[in-house]
Design a protein around this ligand. Structure first.
Ligand SMILES: C[S@@+](CC[C@H](N)C(=O)[O-])C[C@H]1O[C@@H](n2cnc3c(N)ncnc32)[C@H](O)[C@@H]1O
Length: 269
């Protein structure tokens, strides 16, 4: 982590901790229910979790290395380098608590058509897909070798409803959206953590969202660029409810009549 990003994260985590509300401070019925039934329902574990976490642990212990085509923030496009799979599993994936939150969101609102930008090893994708066994997940990844590992992980977990799409989002996203038969209910934007690309992906996706869709932007306080992207995304009239959990930002479409913004406490620790 760059020093400037690290300082940005500390500053905003303190700000978040001061502002974050607990259940009692929330007046919106939609957000009150979200807070109680989804956000804080952390005791709820579901049978797929164990299998996915066993696979995550295997990846964390892996001795394999992989030649990575790096599309990420801060690096020039198409740089390649060898990386340990264990390191990717440790540093690039969302922790179980957040992946399980995504699972609960999808299950609660019965979202069926899911999209993820940034598959990586497919661990979070596995949570998304398991939450909608009758639905479908399309997941986009730029690095072919990483996508290959994710693909084999989906097989190991018997997740046959996942459609992995390989290539730069800049190339694959628009074609994918144009090919959709149904609007998208749930989107996770978790790749290329920079201001412009994040806003571009969001703007591309918005016309394809279903009426009650949810869009999650990952790592909104990772850097000042991501915070700028979050501030702008929140203002978009498509979304009536925005919820800041520090680690991620959640946007809901048509969840209420007036536009409301929340900072909610998430039980991270
Ligand atoms: C943070 S990881 C995703 C983690 C995953 N969602 C999880 O929690 O398990 C981001 C991924 O997005 C991919 N990525 C970043 N920018 C991209 C781009 N412009 N096009 C395609 N893939 C990209 C990277 O290769 C990386 O694997």
């Amino acid at each position: 982590v760059r020093l400037s990003n690290f300082l940005h994260q500390i500053k905003w985590f303190l700000n978040y901790s001061l502002k974050a509300q607990n259940l009692h401070g929330v007046h919106s019925p939609f957000v009150y229910a979200f807070n109680k039934q989804i956000l804080n329902a952390t005791d709820a574990t579901f049978y797929p979790f164990e299998k996915i976490e066993a696979l995550r642990n295997q990846l964390l212990k892996s001795n394999e290395s992989v030649l990575v085509t790096d599309f990420g923030a801060g690096s020039r496009l198409n740089q390649t380098q060898t990386r340990k799979v264990a390191k990717i599993a440790k540093y690039s994936l969302k922790p179980q608590k957040i992946a399980a939150l995504y699972f609960r969101i999808i299950q609660h609102y019965q979202y069926q058509n899911l999209l993820e930008l940034g598959t990586s090893l497919g661990i979070t994708s596995a949570y998304l897909a398991s939450a909608a066994p009758k639905g479908n997940l399309s997941t986009l990844e730029g690095c072919p070798n990483i996508a290959q590992i994710a693909h084999s992980n989906f097989k190991k977990l018997n997740l046959f409803s996942v459609e992995p799409i390989v290539g730069a989002f800049e190339v694959t996203l628009q074609n994918h959206l144009a090919s959709l038969a149904k609007p998208i209910d749930f989107v996770l934007i978790d790749g290329n953590h920079r201001y412009k690309p994040t806003i571009n992906y969001l703007n591309q996706i918005i016309p394809y969202l279903s009426d009650n869709a949810c869009v999650i932007i990952d790592d909104i306080y990772w850097s000042s660029e991501m915070t700028k992207a979050w501030e702008e995304a929140k203002k978009n009239p498509t979304f009536t409810v925005s919820i800041n959990l520090f680690s991620v930002g959640i946007l809901f479409k048509h969840a209420g009549k007036i536009k409301e913004d929340f900072v909610l406490r998430f039980p991270y620790f």
